[in-house]
Design a protein. Structure first.
Length: 146
């Protein structure tokens, strides 16, 4: 698994929104504010946020006061969910994937596939258990705010 720039930006934008959520659950944040705060190109960010909205992670409102906010509490959004939405499966090979398995005729005897399943399980074991809330606990800005 390699985290793409889109995946990194998605996580950074969600952490930005999670900080706001913790202060005010109803906070609506403009794309421009996220873009500036996280130094993410606005057009790139728009497409990322739209994917996250379609997946149910975010909600949006239109108009002059419009923007985005979390649709779920930070404790309910895992890093693995976000990465799968943006970058696809966590497995390094399609034949080792649970969510997007690709059949290979050599699966039963392939040692490489078995190793890649172990890699997938290790990655998933970590990312499926860390939430945005867990990241906030490790963020100095969140800890400074109280």
């Amino acid at each position: 698994m390699k985290l793409s720039k889109s995946g990194e930006y998605a996580l950074r934008a969600l952490i930005f929104l999670a900080l706001r959520y913790n202060k005010n659950k109803d906070a609506i944040v403009k794309i421009q504010e996220i873009s500036l705060g996280e130094r993410i190109p606005k057009k790139f960010l728009e497409s990322i946020l739209l994917k996250l909205k379609k997946a149910g992670i975010l909600k949006s409102s239109r108009g002059t006061g419009g923007g985005y906010s979390l649709n779920k509490a930070p404790e309910e959004i895992t890093l693995a969910q976000v990465i799968r939405i943006i970058d696809g499966p966590l497995a390094p090979l399609g034949c080792a994937s649970v969510t997007a398995h690709v059949y290979c005729p050599e699966e039963k005897n392939c040692g490489l596939q078995k190793v890649m399943k172990d890699v997938r399980n290790a990655i998933s074991g970590i990312l499926d258990h860390y939430t945005l809330h867990d990241v906030l606990l490790r963020t100095s800005i969140a800890n400074e705010d109280g």
